[in-house]
Design a protein around this ligand. Structure first.
Ligand SMILES: Nc1ncnc2c1ncn2[C@@H]1O[C@H](COP(=O)(O)OP(=O)(O)O)[C@@H](O)[C@H]1O
Ligand SMILES: [Mg+2]
Length: 336
């Protein structure tokens, strides 16, 4: 894949007055990678994207896309990237086809080339038979799919998506995920995506940078991020009919198990690979005469990684919203 880096930022800083939105971000994304930027609201994700897409100049530091400086060579950069902004930006008064055609013309594509590319893309996003309908008649998921197709019309090398599935229902979200996987293979794209959905980062990205208050706090593959923190998967087993001291000693010898303890007829086991440990645990406990009444597995998540580095959950602001609503005295009929 050579030495070309699709994205390279060095000590990127962006201040809005006294607020530091980006506090020195250094990042390298090799060509062909699916890279995720995961962080809560206000972390600086959109600010970073706006700099990379040449819409905003950094206060200091540098950013390059495919080797080109985003400030000094901005028009060349714009030709190399496709962008799907956070807010839905497709015009409701245009048809799907017109939406695509305007962008294709903007990039100077010729008529025949435009038509072929637009048909191909609309086909891939499942909108070919709705191409002549106004965007106003599309669902949120359809609009998002159209905007992804629009971002790809000029065959960019790098596709940048800012919270592409925010506000979509779970099914539409999965459709978008599948599309991104397919486009990545078909066009040998590099993809940068921001999200505050952990499942999204986990299921799509080769590597994930966790960003908080304008700083990258951790960066690795998802398994690498999980491995680097001291926490493990935990398994709780309700067990009856065995000598628990003996059971605990035995469990501790199983491969991958880092600790085990017993209290109130529950055996708690921490393991590097919780799901893989369960069959051996069940079998072994039965083997020494035990009866397993219940099994609960809690697998380590990116949320645990985030908490480890920041001391709070990524979903904090959502939790706050809920308690605010309750605290504000919601009319009682809403609660029923
Ligand atoms: N134009 C702006 N003027 C002042 N502050 C801004 C502006 N845009 C963003 N911010 C602030 O910068 C921080 C990062 O915002 P943003 O990049 O939008 O975060 P994210 O996309 O991760 O939610 C936030 O505190 C936000 O309020
Ligand atoms: Mg944002």
């Amino acid at each position: 894949m050579g030495n070309v880096k699709a994205i390279e930022t060095v000590d990127l800083v962006k201040r809005y007055g006294t607020l530091t939105a980006l506090g020195g971000v250094s990042l390298e994304v090799p060509e062909g990678e699916f890279f995720g930027l995961l962080g809560p609201n206000g972390a600086g994700k959109t600010t970073l994207i706006r700099i990379l897409t040449t819409l905003l100049n950094p206060t200091s530091g540098t950013a390059r896309v495919m080797g080109l400086d985003v400030v000094k060579e901005s028009s060349n950069v714009r030709g190399l990237i496709g962008v799907v902004p956070q807010a839905m930006t497709s015009d409701l008064d245009l048809t799907g086809y017109e939406t695509m055609d305007i962008y294709a013309r903007f990039y100077g594509m010729h008529r025949a080339e435009r038509r072929a590319r637009i048909d191909e893309l609309l086909d891939m996003v499942g909108l070919r038979d709705r191409a002549g309908d106004l965007v106003a008649t599309y669902s949120g998921g359809m609009r998002r799919r159209l905007e992804i197709a629009r971002g790809l019309v000029h065959k960019p090398s790098l596709l940048i998506l800012d919270e592409p599935t925010i506000g979509l229902d779970p099914q539409s979200r999965h459709v978008v995920w599948e599309l991104l996987e397919r486009f990545r293979k078909a066009d040998r794209l590099t993809i940068l995506l921001t999200t505050h959905y952990m499942e999204e980062a986990e299921s799509l990205c080769d590597r994930v940078a966790i960003i908080d208050y304008g700083k990258i706090v951790a960066l690795d593959t998802v398994p690498g991020l999980k491995k680097a923190i001291p926490q493990k998967d935990s398994i709780e087993l309700g067990v009856a009919g065995v000598d628990m001291d003996r059971a605990v000693e035995w469990v501790k010898k199983l491969p991958g198990v880092t600790s085990a303890s017993f209290a109130e007829s529950t055996l708690t086991v921490f393991s590097e690979h919780g799901a893989e440990a369960i069959p051996a645990l069940m079998e072994g406990l039965r083997g020494i005469g035990g009866r397993v009444t219940k099994v609960t597995l809690k697998e380590l998540s990116l949320e645990d990684v985030f908490i480890h580095y920041t001391g709070r959950p990524i979903r904090e602001e959502e939790a706050k919203k809920v308690s605010f609503l309750l605290g504000a005295g919601v009319p009682s009929k809403w609660g029923k």
